[in-house]
Design a protein around this ligand. Structure first.
Ligand SMILES: NC(=O)c1ccc[n+]([C@@H]2O[C@H](COP(=O)([O-])OP(=O)(O)OC[C@H]3O[C@@H](n4cnc5c(N)ncnc54)[C@H](O)[C@@H]3O)[C@@H](O)[C@H]2O)c1
Length: 261
């Protein structure tokens, strides 16, 4: 399937983990992909491996407005368009509510929420004039949908579903300018996915919480992002798609085990 043939995608946080899997998947389905990341060496390695003249890497810190503007310009310079934005960067630093001082707040909400908004704002002029109809997918989290702790990170992720809804209206058919097309905005909300962020923790202890009997892999999330970014989701906007092995249904499962009647 080449759902993205002739289209250009920009993926942030694309050097590792979920972002790398998303960039790889979109490329495999025909997209030209700009992989943006703080870790430009790793992003370059991925782009070189993808090759085919349809992948490039760029250093970008999503907390820096100038970097983000230059990233969008670099995408257009490299591939002539921007049709799909995947705003994937998120940072969790694990403080409890008591420890959530200004510094901890900025460290998490800066890249996770403000960075996402900044990337969308910088991309809008190009997405509105995409000849395919622009699409934005933001990486949320189950942390933004229920109380899984890590409160600073979680409230930043919780804002994304509302952002997708507001932007769906803001950039709807009735409101866009002449020569522009409505843009779709959706969120993918992963459960626990095996990436390096779990390296120093014990994610296998979480497996029993997952009705599907395993943790997620980056490719599980990439498949959902590819769907939301593609024309298969042409009539889908403002939604949040949990991709989480059933963990949000898990508490009900535990409840029924203790209360079989
Ligand atoms: N792994 C999980 O269990 C899980 C679960 C739910 C949601 N998520 C979300 O998925 C996304 C990707 O997480 P991951 O697990 O792949 O993490 P990861 O650490 O493997 O990848 C994150 C990437 O973002 C880059 N990055 C960090 N700060 C940046 C910045 N300011 N500017 C540009 N790039 C920056 C990193 O260099 C890295 O390449 C995040 O938004 C995360 O919150 C992850």
């Amino acid at each position: 399937m080449a759902r993205f043939a002739g289209r250009t995608a920009l993926v942030t946080g694309a050097a590792h983990g979920i972002g790398r899997a998303i960039a790889t998947r979109l490329h495999a389905e025909g997209a030209s992909v700009l992989l943006a990341d703080l870790d430009v060496d790793a992003a370059t390695e991925v782009a070189d491996r993808l090759g085919d003249g349809r992948a490039a890497a760029r250093r970008c810190d999503v907390t820096a407005a100038a970097d983000v503007a230059a990233m969008v310009a670099a995408c257009v310079d490299a591939f002539g368009a921007l049709d799909v934005l995947v705003a994937n960067v998120g940072v969790a630093s694990g403080e409890g509510f008591d420890g959530l001082d200004d510094e901890a707040w900025d460290r998490q909400v800066g890249p996770t929420l403000r960075g996402t908004i900044r990337c969308v704002q910088a991309s809008m002029p190009r997405l509105l004039t995409s000849r395919h109809g622009g699409a934005v997918v933001m990486t949320g989290s189950v942390n933004g949908l229920s109380a899984f702790g890590n409160v600073g990170y979680s409230v930043a992720k919780a804002a994304l579903p509302n952002l997708a809804q507001n932007l769906t209206v803001e950039y709807s058919a009735a409101r866009v300018g002449e020569g522009q097309r409505p843009v779709r905005f959706n969120v993918v909300a992963p459960g626990t996915v095996r990436t390096r962020v779990w390296d120093t923790q014990h994610p296998d202890a979480l497996v029993p919480l997952y009705p599907m009997g395993r943790l997620g892999e980056p490719d599980d999330i990439a498949a959902a992002v590819a769907f939301l970014a593609s024309d298969d989701a042409a009539w889908v906007s403002g939604v949040t798609l949990p991709v989480e092995g059933g963990i949000l249904a898990g508490p009900a499962l535990a409840f029924q085990e203790r209360n079989p009647g």
